[in-house]
Each structure stands twice: as C-alpha cells, then as structure tokens.
Design a protein around this ligand. Structure first.
Ligand code: GLN
Length: 464
C-alpha cells in the first residue's frame, strides 16, 4: 500500500513506529496531487510550503513521543473554512482574493491535534449545489470516472480523500453536501448533530441548517476525527454543553438487538431500483446478525424538499448580504447564477406579504418533520435510508435543470431540517460508479452511528 492510501489509524501507527515520517507521508500526498489534480480539479490552493513546515514539526514531536490524535496526518479543508493568512474563496469570484485574519475553530482544533493542512479544496460556490459544478474555479471530477460528477457541494473534499490526495478532509452539510459526495465517491461522510461541531469561522450558507463534518476512508477514522472537532465553543452559541462522547468506544459492539427503522417513504418511486436492491441486501446483512428491522413511516418527508428550498434560500439571502463589496471581496455582480437565484428566492420568501405564506409555513412544516423523527426514534435506535435516489450523473447533464438538481437532495435534507446526525457509508459500485446509504440517529447519537457503520464496513468487505 502506498503511504497516501493509508487511513488515519494506519498512518498514525506507521508514524509512531517510525516506519515512515510525516514528511514522507506528506510527499506521497503531494505527489498524488501533482499526478491527478490537473484533471480532477479538487484543489483550489495547495499549501505545500506551510504543510512541509507542519510535517517537519510533527516529526519532531513524534520523536519526543508526543501523543496527539492527528499528529502528522495530511488533511484538506473545504474552501469555506477560514485559514489565517491563507486564501479562502468559498469557490466564488466574490472572495477570490480574500485572505482571512483568523482560523475557524475547527481549523485551530485540527492544528492543535497535530494535523498537517495540505490545502483548500473546491466546492460549489457558497456550498450551493449537489454536483460540484457551481464552482467559479471549474468543476471537480469523479475519480472513479472523470465523465461523471463527484457530488456536491463538498466535491473537492470527497475527491481529495477518494483519490488519496490526503488522508481525510473537512466539509459542510446544509442539505446533504457531505453525505451526497461521500456516497458518489465511495468514502465515509459524517454530518454531525446540529451544533455538535462549531461553525465559527466557516463561511455561512444557511445558519440553522449548516453542519460541520468530514470525509474519511473508514468509519473508525470518522470517529477519530469527531473526537477532535466536537464540543462547545465560546464563539458559537449554538454549540451546547452536551457531553462529548468517546466516539471510538462502541465501534465494535456489533448490532445484536439494535432496532433499525426502514422508512417506507424513502424506498418508493424515484429511487433507482439497482440502488434499492443493494440497500435491501445491506438491511439483510444487519438482520442476519441480530438487528431488528422495523418498518416505519416519516409521513412529512414528502414536503421536505419544498420546505428546505424555502428556509435555506431565506437564510442564504440574509447571510450573503454581507458580501457587498465594501466589507469583503468583490462587488455583487461577481456572484454566479445559482447564488443570485437563491438571493432572489430568499428575498421573496422573506418579504412582507409573502413571509407568512412561505417562510412561516415552511417553519411549521419543519416542526412536523422534526416530530416525525422524534416519534420514530421512540421505536427504533437508528434509521437506514439511501443517500441519493440516483447514481452519479454525467458532467453538464443537469446544469440547466436546477430543479432536477434540487431533487437529488430528497433523502438528505430531512436530517438538516431536524438537526439530527447522518453517516454516509459506501456500499460498493454499480456500473463502476459508487453508491452509499445513510444511517440517521437521534440528536447526539454519533457513537451509535459509528457502531452501525463500522459493522457494515467490516462485514461488507467480505462480500454481501
Ligand atoms: N445540494 C443542496 C443545496 O444545493 C445542499 C447544499 C449543502 O448541503 N451545502 O442546497
């Protein structure tokens, strides 16, 4: 195995036992970026010089026997994460020359845990999108077949991990932007509970929905990562005091007697039958190993897309108002079509006369969607659903069909509306393209999600 192909767990072990150095590991990743990124276009900025400094420092710390969870591990950051002194663009021409004055809380936490920050990765501008094509820096390509989209909006994050250009990556998920590209690229993606990870210093999309998560090669790595990033932050009042679990604790507990809910609304018309069949096999695997499969209903899910596409643009229109060309970056004509579309939609739904009919109504529906989940979690421990109703599509296939693009989020937006966590797990390939499923749980149940995901990962490798 090449060094850049290692998981966090394997790389940390190799570094500690001096099989290789952090500089070796970083060079393997940089070599892969040089070989692959011209065509994949995952990176907006490669911070080679800074990363080399951090890797050398890591090697020093390792020789002093320092024990940090990510010591010497190359990680990429979605270009929405503010990095002091390093350009942060949100993949938009509005911020194409913007250099932040401070680090996002997660960036500081990653640095303190010893991570080596290898670069800033591409995404749909302002995280608006499901394919990675809305970037002002050009589309990112799917590493499994470059004619296809990698999923979005955290396209570069998923691709940088899937193509072994780094060991793990950060992302943001407002309506599916971590889970969706994770499943299109065959990597593990976690959207934590709303507020579990600080949003401070991350370019806001829709503040009541934004979740700060990550991409890894294994479920165990995802748990290692969340152990570093989770917790209260003085700078983000939506992070609660709720105890942070040790997310590695239950990883190998198995699934005996665990109740897994299967919501009928997520397995109906519109779901590609090949994906359905594959996920049914995964459900069988759980059942065979002692899990209890329970049919459930989430009746208001059918309103989720409509509800999300009112609340989200409303918040977007407010958040993007600060980019007025005076305080940050370039003037408003630099916004792309998708941002303009959302600013207009959101301004409309928030305006006097329409507020009650649209925004307020959508907020009421949001409460019903939350209550659906609360009722379901009284009966089951977790819920299993597809991530995307379709396989990855061809680049440009949906660029002129924004509504069609919005519909690809049909299974992911509910978790953001309800504030619950979701873990996307790879479930193999169909026609050479990856597919995945997601495990949803009650708020702050990430430990259980890792347990369920880890079980599948370990047992799936031996074949369904
Ligand atoms: N695809 C969704 C959208 O365009 C979700 C985006 C996200 O999660 N950042 O709004």
């Amino acid at each position: 195995m090449k060094l850049n192909e290692l998981s966090i767990k394997q790389a940390v072990e190799g570094l500690k036992s001096k099989k290789f150095s952090s500089v070796d590991l970083l060079k393997a990743c940089l070599g892969q970026i040089k070989a692959k990124d011209k065509s994949l276009n995952a990176f907006i900025t490669v911070t080679e010089k800074e990363a080399l400094g951090q890797a050398k420092r890591s090697d020093n710390l390792i020789s002093q026997k320092a024990d940090l969870p990510l010591l010497g591990i190359p990680i990429s950051l979605k270009d929405l994460y503010l990095t002091k002194g390093i350009k942060t663009t949100a993949a938009s021409n509005v911020l194409k020359d913007y250099i932040p004055q401070y680090d996002a809380t997660v960036v500081s936490k990653l640095k303190n845990a010893g991570a080596v920050l290898i670069g800033k990765v591409n995404c749909d501008a302002w995280a608006h999108g499901s394919s990675g094509e809305n970037s002002d820096f050009g589309p990112t390509k799917n590493p499994w077949n470059e004619e296809y989209v990698p999923g979005g909006s955290s396209s570069g994050s998923a691709v940088s991990v899937a193509a072994n250009m780094c060991i793990a990556a950060t992302g943001t998920d407002t309506g599916g932007s971590i889970r969706h590209p994770a499943s299109f690229c065959n990597v593990v993606g976690l959207k934590p509970t709303y507020g579990r990870v600080s949003r401070y210093g991350i370019v806001a999309m829709a503040s009541s929905l934004d979740s700060i998560g990550h991409f890894t090669k294994t479920v165990e790595d995802s748990a290692i990562f969340l152990n570093v990033t989770a917790g209260k932050d003085q700078m983000d009042s939506t992070t609660p005091d709720t105890k942070v679990d040790n997310y590695l604790e239950d990883l190998n507990r198995g699934v005996k007697d665990l109740r897994i809910g299967i919501p009928k609304e997520y397995f109906m018309e519109g779901l590609d039958p090949r994906i359905k069949e594959r996920i049914e096999k995964a459900i069988k695997l759980y059942e065979k190993n002692g899990a209890k499969i329970v049919d459930i209903s989430l009746p208001h899910s059918k309103y989720a897309i409509a509800c999300y596409y009112i609340i989200q643009p409303s918040e977007v229109s407010s958040n993007l108002a600060r980019y007025d060309g005076i305080r940050y970056g370039n003037t408003r004509p630099h916004f792309g079509d998708e941002a303009k579309r959302r600013i207009m939609l959101g301004t409309f739904t928030l305006s006097a006369g329409y507020y009650d009919a649209y925004y307020k109504k959508a907020m009421k529906v949001r409460t019903l969607i939350m209550q659906d989940f609360d009722k379901a979690f009284a009966k089951v421990d977790v819920i299993l659903t597809p991530v995307s109703p379709t396989l990855p599509w061809k680049i440009e296939e949906k660029v002129n069909d924004p509504l069609g693009m919005y519909l690809s989020d049909i299974f992911t937006v509910t978790a953001n509306l309800a504030g619950i966590p979701g873990l996307a797990i790879p479930a193999g390939f169909i026609n050479g393209l990856p597919i995945g499923f997601q495990i949803l749980g009650p708020r702050f149940s990430e430990k259980t999600l890792f347990r369920v995901g880890n079980f599948f990962e370990r047992n799936y490798k031996s074949g369904l």
